[in-house]
Design a protein around this ligand. Structure first.
Ligand code: ZN
Length: 411
């Protein structure tokens, strides 16, 4: 292990983590900081103040993505972009997103401490609405930045109360003027919690993420008939929920027939009229299927649709299945992965190669530049939950590997 040129100040890093975590912290040590909420506004203000304290050039784009730029010695060189997101799931965890932003911030502070001048500029970013839980389109800020999502479509999204995205962006004071569009970048690197159990199981502090699963989201609607739960005999019913239940059972079993990495989830169910003594007339539910192999995702989608149709036909109900969202798997940049692996080794951090089952901003960034990610462990693989936890030593190890990766990319 050689002495890293860039020394992470673990105490300062921890203090920042505690400052940011306090903004939107819940009673149970979780984080509730939905995109464009008041808490999101407060944490953004903190972030901008921290960037200004480092004398970075701060820009805010039309989607509220916040950038801070540290110049390099070559004014014509494309920048290395580092960062993640500061929004959280409802009653989510402390580490998801925020840790990646704070590791990037500590990287820039450590560069200043050591008086390091890189050749390339280094830019830090906080992407808007990564979670997609309040405004339902995950990775929204990076989606528009990379040309994957239309700006106007993003502006028109509404939350459950009917608030428009653009109005909320304006309200919190983060509708910037800089166009949100692709521009030349040398690379993008994002550190994130794994959100799965692999690193912890293997006893490794860092994962070098070589790619992301393909993902498809479907919404199934089954239309039966509402009748009184008492007088209607069993043979005379068209119970939409009974059909949905049997379809869901089959969908849950699908991955075991497809591949070792495939997963299928029904995460949302709406039942109408949702009354104790009325036979359900209409059920809507979502289906999320994923695999690193896009052909497996295609097959899973076909079979899930067939299961909904079969279960509905059996009782004489009508079924429709709509595709909400689909993205193919991502292969991250082998060059950035190699750099990250060499960096982890140089600073003496145990790392392994892996792929991600969850989508991240880095996925979209990979469309416009060389991108990759570093993961740190999630205790018991728990995430999107107040109990989310990463041992602090692993956060520091991740920060050291991340800083060294950034330095090598920008050198
Ligand atoms: Zn995240």
């Amino acid at each position: 292990m050689s002495d890293p040129e860039l020394a992470i100040d673990a105490e300062r890093f921890r203090r920042s983590f505690e400052t940011y975590f306090a903004i939107g912290a819940t009673e149970n040590d979780g984080l509730h900081r939905l995109a464009l909420s008041d808490a999101d506004a407060t944490v953004r203000d903190q972030f901008v103040a921290d960037l200004e304290a480092l004398d970075l050039a701060v820009t805010i784009d039309e989607m509220g993505n916040v950038f801070g730029r540290r110049e390099g010695s070559d004014p014509d060189a494309d920048p290395v972009l580092i960062g993640s997101h500061l929004d959280s799931q409802p009653y989510g965890g402390r580490y998801d997103g925020q840790l990646g932003v704070l590791v990037a911030l500590e990287t820039l502070r450590a560069m200043d401490d050591s008086g390091i001048e890189t050749t390339r500029p280094v830019e830090i970013v906080n992407w808007t609405n990564e979670e997609g839980s309040r405004f339902e389109n995950p990775m929204l800020g990076s989606g528009v930045f990379t040309g994957n999502v239309d700006l106007e479509a993003a502006y028109d999204l509404r939350d459950e109360e009917g608030n428009r995205f653009v109005d909320e962006l304006e309200r919190i004071g983060y509708r910037g003027e800089t166009p949100c569009e692709p521009r030349p970048l040398h690379a993008f690197v994002e550190l994130h919690v794994e959100q799965g159990p692999i690193l912890e199981t293997h006893g490794n502090a860092v994962g070098i993420v070589e790619g992301i699963f393909g993902i498809a989201w479907l919404e199934a609607t089954i239309e039966g008939h509402a009748d009184h739960a008492g007088p209607t005999p069993m043979h005379a019913r068209t119970d939409a929920l009974a059909a949905a239940a049997s379809a869901i059972d089959e969908i849950e079993a699908l991955p075991s027939h497809l591949s070792a990495d495939a997963v299928a989830t029904v995460g949302r169910l709406n039942v109408e009229p949702n009354s104790v003594n009325v036979i359900p007339s209409r059920v809507e539910f979502t289906i999320d299927v994923r695999s690193y192999d896009d052909a497996i995702v295609d097959t899973a989608v076909e079979r899930a649709i067939a299961e909904v149709e079969t279960a509905s036909e059996r009782i004489g109900a009508d079924a429709t299945v709509e595709e909400l969202w689909r993205i193919p798997h991502t292969d991250f940049s082998p060059t950035v992965c190699e750099t990250a692996a060499a960096a982890a080794e140089a600073v003496g951090v145990r790392a392994e190669r892996m792929v991600s089952g969850a989508g991240h901003d880095a996925k979209y960034l990979n469309d416009v530049t060389d991108a990759a990610m570093l993961f740190v462990p999630s205790a018991d693989g728990i995430t999107h939950n107040e109990a989310e936890f990463t041992p602090w030593d692993d956060c520091v190890a991740g920060a050291r590997a991340f800083a060294e990766t950034t330095l090598r990319l920008a050198a």
